[in-house]
Design a binder for this molecule. Structure first.
Ligand code: GTP
Ligand code: SPV
Ligand code: MN
Length: 586
C-alpha cells in the first residue's frame, strides 16, 4: 500500500499488476521529499552506484559510472508498437503490439526479485497548467528515481494532481541485466504505455523525457492539435526590456542546452537570455493568435564535455551543487572533470570508467557524459518556468551540425517554407546515441529518433498547425558548426550566438536587414552586430554565402529522402521542393 494520502485505484492496479509480473522484494512509493532523496543517495553510496565528489567544492554532488555497454540512447533497440505498421512510419522501428508485449512480459518476468520496485509519479509541466500531464514510472533503479526527482515535479505533488483519474502515462522500467542483447525500449501509443528493459541510461531509462514527453506526447499532440517538440526555449531581453521568446530544435548534442543558457559577452551589454527549457517544448495555439509554449521538464540532463567557464558559465554555476554527474572523469581532489574543462590538466585524473588516466590516450570523460541538475539552480532562469500558460513564441529555430553548405542563419519566406526547412534539415550524428558519429543524416525537426508516429503525417500536422494561428512564429535555420579547410570552426559560437539571436529578434519585429536568396532571407553583411568580435571578412562571407550549386546537390539528397518517406508526404513539401529548385536554377 502506498505511504501516501491518495489511493487511486487505477494506479494501485497498475502497481499491483507490475509487481505480480516482476516480483520485487519491496514496493516503495516515492513522495519526492528531501529525506527520500537523501536516503536513496546514501544507499547508492553504500552499494557503489554513486561515488561522492569533493563535498567542500561540490556540495551534494555525486558521480555515477554507468555500465560501459550502457552510455547512450540505443535507437536500433527503440520501437513504436502501433496496430498498423504505417502509423509508425519508416523512420521508426515498428513491432507488433501484442507480440512485443509478450516478449517484454517474459523479460520482465520476476526481474525484480531481490530488488526494490519504486513507484515514481511525476508531472510534466507546471503543477497547475492545463497542458501538464501526469506519468507514473515504475523502476528498479534508484539512480533513475533520483534523476527523475531532479528533472521532474515528482512525488506527492503528482499524486495530488492525478486524484482519482486514470489519465496517466504508464511506464514500466527495469535495468534487467544491462545486457545490450536483452535491451528494448518499447512504446505503445494506443495505450499510453512504455516498457523499457535492460538500460539504465538517459532517454532509454528516464521515461518521462524522450519516451513520454516526445514519442507518446507527439501522438497526443497530433490528435489534439498541438506540438510536442525536441526544442529549447529561451527569452531574449533587449536593453529596452522587451523579451522575445524563441524555441529551437537542434539534434541531440547539437547545442540546445548551450543556446538556452547563453550568457552574452561583455560587448553585448544590456542583452540577456532567460532560460526556459533546454530539451523539450510543448507548444499550443493561444487565444491571441500566437503559439504559446511550456517546458514540461524541471531540470537538465545535459552534455558535460564542451562545457567550460568560457563556453557556458551558466551551466557551470548551475552544476556546482546538488548535481548527479554521469560518466565524467574525476580529479585527484574529487572534482568532476572532462577534457578541455581546465587549461591545465589537473593531477590524478581518473577516467569515466574508474581507471587512472593520462593525457594523449583516450578521452577522460565519455563524450556523452552528462550532468543532472534542477533548472531552478540556473542564474538565468526565466520567471515563467511555472507559468501555467507558458510564454508566447515569436520565432522557431532549426539547426544542426553541418561543416559545410548551410549558412550561419537564414529565414524562411513563410510558415510552410519553414516547415519544409525543418522537415528536410540534416545534421551530423553525435555521441548522444549509439552508432557512428559525424555522418550527415536527415533529422526532421531534430525529431527523427523521437516522433512517435509516421514522420510524413508529422509534416502534415506541422503544416496544419500554421493555419491554426493568425500570427505563427517566424522560422529560421541556424548553423554554428561551419568549418574551414583545416576543420576549424568559422564561427565562435556559444555566447557570441547572441548576435544571431539579435538579428532574429529584429526580423521578428520588422527590422533587421536581409538579402533575399533562393533558400531564404540571409542577413546583409552589416546587419549582424559584430562589435568586438574577431572574425575575418572571408570567414564571414563564407558563413553567409548561399552556394546554389551545392544546394542543387543537396536537393537531390532531399528528393531521395522525401521519396523514401512514401505516399504520405504532404503535397506542400513537394511544392516547396519545386519552388526551391526553380529559385536555385534561375
Ligand atoms: P542533447 O541534450 O543531447 O539534446 O544536446 P543539446 O542539443 O542540448 O546540445 P548541447 O548544448 O549540450 O551541446 C552539445 C555539444 O555541442 C557540447 O559539447 C557543446 O559544447 C557543443 N556546442 C554547443 N553550442 C556550440 C556552439 O555554438 N559552437 C560550438 N562549436 N560547439 C557548441
Ligand atoms: C538526447 O539524446 O537528445 C538527450 C539525451 O537529450 S537523452 O536523455 O539520453 O535522450
Ligand atoms: Mn535531447
Amino acid at each position: 500500500m502506498p505511504q501516501v494520502d491518495i489511493v487511486n485505484r487505477h494506479l494501485v492496479k497498475f502497481v499491483e499488476d507490475t509487481a505480480k509480473l516482476t516480483q520485487p522484494d519491496t514496493i516503495y512509493w516515492c513522495n519526492g521529499l528531501e529525506a527520500e532523496y537523501r536516503s536513496l543517495i546514501e544507499q547508492m553510496l553504500d552499494d557503489g552506484t554513486l561515488t561522492e565528489l569533493n563535498q567542500a567544492k561540490f556540495p551534494n554532488c555525486y558521480l555515477h559510472r554507468s555500465d560501459p555497454n550502457d552510455v547512450a540512447r540505443t535507437e536500433h533497440l527503440t520501437f513504436v508498437c502501433t496496430s498498423s505498421k504505417d502509423n509508425a512510419g519508416c523512420t521508426n522501428n515498428w513491432a507488433d503490439p501484442d507480440e512485443t508485449k509478450n516478449k517484454m512480459n517474459s523479460l520482465f518476468n520476476s526481474c525484480m526479485e531481490g530488488r526494490t520496485m519504486y513507484v515514481v509519479p511525476y508531472i510534466m509541466g507546471p503543477e497547475s497548467s492545463p497542458h501538464s500531464q501526469v506519468g507514473v514510472q515504475i523502476t528498479d533503479s534508484p539512480y533513475v528515481v533520483v534523476n527523475l526527482q531532479i528533472m521532474t515535479r515528482m512525488g506527492r505533488i503528482a499524486l495530488n494532481r492525478l486524484g482519482n483519474s486514470d489519465r496517466f502515462i504508464r511506464g514500466v522500467h527495469s535495468i534487467g541485466e544491462l545486457d545490450p542483447g536483452r535491451r528494448f525500449i518499447c512504446h505503445f501509443p494506443e495505450e499510453n504505455l512504455i516498457m523499457s528493459y535492460g538500460s539504465g541510461y538517459g532517454g532509454n531509462a528516464l521515461l518521462s523525457k524522450k519516451c513520454h514527453s516526445l514519442r507518446l506526447a507527439s501522438v497526443m499532440a497530433r490528435d489534439e492539435g498541438w506540438l510536442a517538440e525536441h526544442m529549447l526555449i529561451l527569452g531574449l531581453e533587449s536593453p529596452d526590456s522587451d523579451v522575445t521568446y524563441m524555441s529551437g530544435a537542434f539534434p541531440s548534442a547539437s547545442g540546445k542546452t548551450n543556446l538556452a543558457m547563453l550568457k552574452p559577452p561583455k560587448s553585448q551589454n544590456g542583452w540577456t537570455v532567460w532560460t526556459m527549457g533546454d530539451d523539450i517544448a510543448w507548444i499550443y495555439p493561444g487565444q491571441d493568435g500566437r503559439f504559446w509554449t511550456i517546458n514540461p521538464e524541471a531540470g537538465f540532463f545535459a552534455v558535460a564535455p564542451g562545457t567550460t567557464w568560457k563556453t557556458n558559465p551558466n551551466a557551470l554555476e548551475t552544476m556546482m551543487k546538488n548535481t548527479v554527474f554521469t560518466n565524467v572523469a574525476v580529479t585527484g581532489d574529487g572534482s568532476p572533470w572532462w577534457d578541455g574543462l581546465t587549461d591545465e590538466i589537473p593531477p590524478g585524473v581518473i577516467d569515466w570508467q574508474g581507471n587512472p588516466w593520462s593525457p594523449g590516450t583516450a578521452k577522460a570523460a565519455h563524450p556523452n557524459a552528462r550532468f543532472t541538475t534542477s533548472i531552478r539552480q540556473i542564474p538565468s532562469l526565466s520567471p515563467h518556468l511555472d507559468d501555467p500558460k507558458g510564454v508566447p513564441l515569436s520565432a522557431i529555430l532549426f539547426g544542426g551540425r553541418r561543416a559545410s553548405l548551410t549558412p550561419l542563419v537564414f529565414e524562411a519566406f513563410d510558415w510552410v517554407h519553414g516547415v519544409f526547412i525543418g522537415a528536410t534539415m540534416a545534421a551530423e550524428t553525435t555521441a548522444a546515441a549509439v552508432g557512428t558519429v559525424g555522418v550527415v543524416r536527415r533529422d526532421p525537426m531534430a525529431m527523427r529518433p523521437f516522433c512517435g508516429y509516421n514522420i510524413a503525417d508529422y509534416f502534415k500536422h506541422w503544416v496544419k498547425m500554421g493555419s491554426k494561428v493568425s500570427k505563427p512564429p517566424r522560422i529560421f535555420h541556424v548553423n554554428w558548426f561551419r568549418t574551414n579547410s583545416k576543420g576549424e570552426y568559422l564561427w565562435p559560437g556559444f555566447g557570441e550566438n547572441v548576435r544571431v539571436l539579435k538579428w532574429i529578434s529584429e526580423r521578428v519585429n520588422g527590422k533587421g536587414d536581409a538579402v533575399k536568396t533562393p533558400i531564404g532571407y540571409v542577413p546583409k553583411q552589416d546587419a549582424l552586430d559584430l562589435k568586438g568580435l574577431k572574425i575575418s571578412p572571408e570567414a564571414l562571407e563564407d558563413l553567409l554565402r548561399v552556394d546554389s550549386k551545392g544546394w542543387l546537390k543537396e536537393l537531390e539528397d532531399i528528393r531521395v529522402f522525401l521519396n523514401s518517406l512514401g505516399e504520405r508526404v504532404p503535397e506542400e513539401m513537394w511544392r516547396e521542393f519545386s519552388k526551391l529548385e526553380s529559385r536555385l536554377n534561375s
